[in-house]
Design a protein around this ligand. Structure first.
Ligand SMILES: Nc1ncnc2c1ncn2[C@@H]1O[C@H](COP(=O)(O)OP(=O)(O)OP(=O)(O)O)[C@@H](O)[C@H]1O
Length: 450
């Protein structure tokens, strides 16, 4: 298990990570989400002992990474797939890492097969595509057959088959009881891969809960209603009737109406009473992407001037910044209204000390995450029989917490103390292995070797 307690990292007057407390449990894939610059890589670097926390601590199995006995056998990571000596072949790169750690050469060939690089094992890695580089980085992470794995954007540059393979690899690793912590900006992929989510914004914890709970906590089901395009007055009429009946009505880009707060039969009845014909009346559920956007909108630092989130976000006045998310309500100004405040809220909202952003609180944790039951996914690729893990395998609901800064997204106050100096040593997980591994798990072998 990875455990962070009050983890804070400052670079001069820049607070990259502030008072982060969370646990990443074995037996589940935990997604690590946050907008650009929110502190994910910094957090991962601190977990791996590549950066010193300014305050707080993070441990793996109860020890800081640098004090772990046989760290490379216990922890594997993909942080920067480009951190490879380009003049070396893939095999020689892995071989040198293995030799540094006393890992037998046969394990190198195993992981090359696992990631599908056996055909290009003797080619220099500087000629590798982005996706091939990612595969090589994943191979390095698997080299020591570790129980704890960290992947920073592992599907970056992978083709669809590669993405599917990584998805199944993550799940298979978790199903074996390993701790899998993976960051990604691909929400659709995270929705399919992760059991649990840790979401940060501007270095602070925003949510710590199952994917399912995250979506229901940050979105609401809604109905799409369309009236005949040729008769805009009917749309107006229906909108008025629905609003008067207590519905929340917002226009969609294609001319439909997004309605919340009214059940579908009631919408149908109201349309009938208003003598408005309908071309569409359909139920919709928000996606993880939509829930994530809603949760993190106020914590986004870098935004295109022409980006209006494809109609999801209500336009702000010129120069206005969206407010930080509100606990249990997500981001104000988004089409999906807040989830029910009473009875329907699946997470706790613990209180805690104020932080530089206005108040970050420590999460509440309960039972450990349940291991996924289905260990059928092969690591080796391609993964022709791979199936998405059903929602039922998600982490238990009671291990949830939502933590939200309450005030301004302004920069934290300048710090009095100098930034901690990052250790000069490793820059990539490939430098991790240091000890001989025990026999690798069967699932890490290529299919044809089993
Ligand atoms: N060595 C450093 N010196 C100064 N500032 C840094 C350093 N490393 C990171 N930062 C800053 O800390 C913040 C968090 O950066 P980090 O790379 O951890 O974010 P991230 O969530 O991984 O972003 P992305 O999704 O874009 O990869 C950013 O504002 C970044 O500029």
């Amino acid at each position: 298990m990875i455990e962070a307690v009050g983890l804070t990292k400052r670079y001069g007057d820049k607070t990259a990570v502030y008072n982060l407390s969370f646990q990443v449990r074995p037996g589940a894939v935990t997604g690590f989400l946050g907008p650009n610059g929110s502190g994910k890589s910094t957090t991962m670097r601190m977990i791996l002992g590549l950066d010193n926390p300014t305050s707080g601590s993070v441990t793996i199995g109860g020890h800081p990474y640098r004090r772990l006995p046989n760290a490379p056998r216990q922890v594997g990571a993909l942080l920067d797939a480009k951190a490879v000596h380009g003049g070396r072949s893939a095999r020689n790169h892995l071989l040198s890492l293995a030799q540094l750690s006393g890992i037998p050469a046969r394990r190198v060939d195993e992981v090359l097969g696992v990631v599908g690089l056996q055909e290009v094992a003797k080619k220099r890695s500087k000629g590798f595509s982005l996706g091939m580089g990612q595969r090589l980085g994943i191979a390095a992470a698997l080299l020591g057959d570790p129980q704890v794995l960290l992947f920073d954007e592992p599907v970056n540059g992978l083709d669809p088959e590669g993405i599917l393979w990584v998805r199944n690899l993550m799940k298979a690793l978790a199903a074996e009881g390993r701790t899998v912590f993976v960051s990604s900006h691909l929400m659709s992929e995270m929705a399919l891969t992760a059991d649990h989510l840790i979401v940060i914004g501007r270095g602070q914890l925003l949510a710590d809960m199952s994917v399912k709970d995250f979506i229901s906590a940050n979105s609401a089901d809604f109905a799409r209603v369309r009236t005949p395009d040729s008769e805009p007055q009917l749309r107006e009429k229906l909108g008025t009737a629905l609003t008067e009946a207590g519905g929340h009505v917002l226009p969609e880009q294609d001319g439909a109406l997004r309605v919340t707060g009214l059940p579908l039969p009631r919408i149908s009845d109201l349309a009938h009473e208003a003598d408005v014909r309908l071309w569409e009346l359909s139920p919709h559920q928000a996606s993880l992407e939509e829930a994530y956007m809603r949760m993190t909108q106020g914590a986004v630092d870098y935004r295109s001037t022409i980006d209006q989130k494809a109609g999801l976000q209500q336009p702000l006045p010129p120069g206005a910044q969206p407010p930080m998310p509100v606990p249990g309500q997500g981001q104000p100004g988004w089409y999906a209204p807040p989830p029910p405040q009473q009875g329907g809220q699946p997470f706790a909202m613990p209180q805690g000390p104020s932080g530089p952003y206005g108040g970050a609180q420590q999460g509440a944790y309960a039972a450990p995450g349940a291991p996924a039951a289905d260990a059928a996914n092969p690591y080796a690729q391609p993964a022709p029989q791979a199936q998405p893990v059903p929602q039922a395998q998600q982490a238990p609901k009671d291990r949830t917490a939502i933590l939200t800064p309450q005030a301004q997204p302004a920069a934290p106050a300048p710090q009095e103390q100098p930034a901690a100096t990052a250790p000069a040593a490793p820059t990539a997980p490939q430098q991790a292995p240091a000890a001989a591994p025990s026999a690798p798990a069967d699932l890490t072998k290529p299919e044809d070797a089993r």
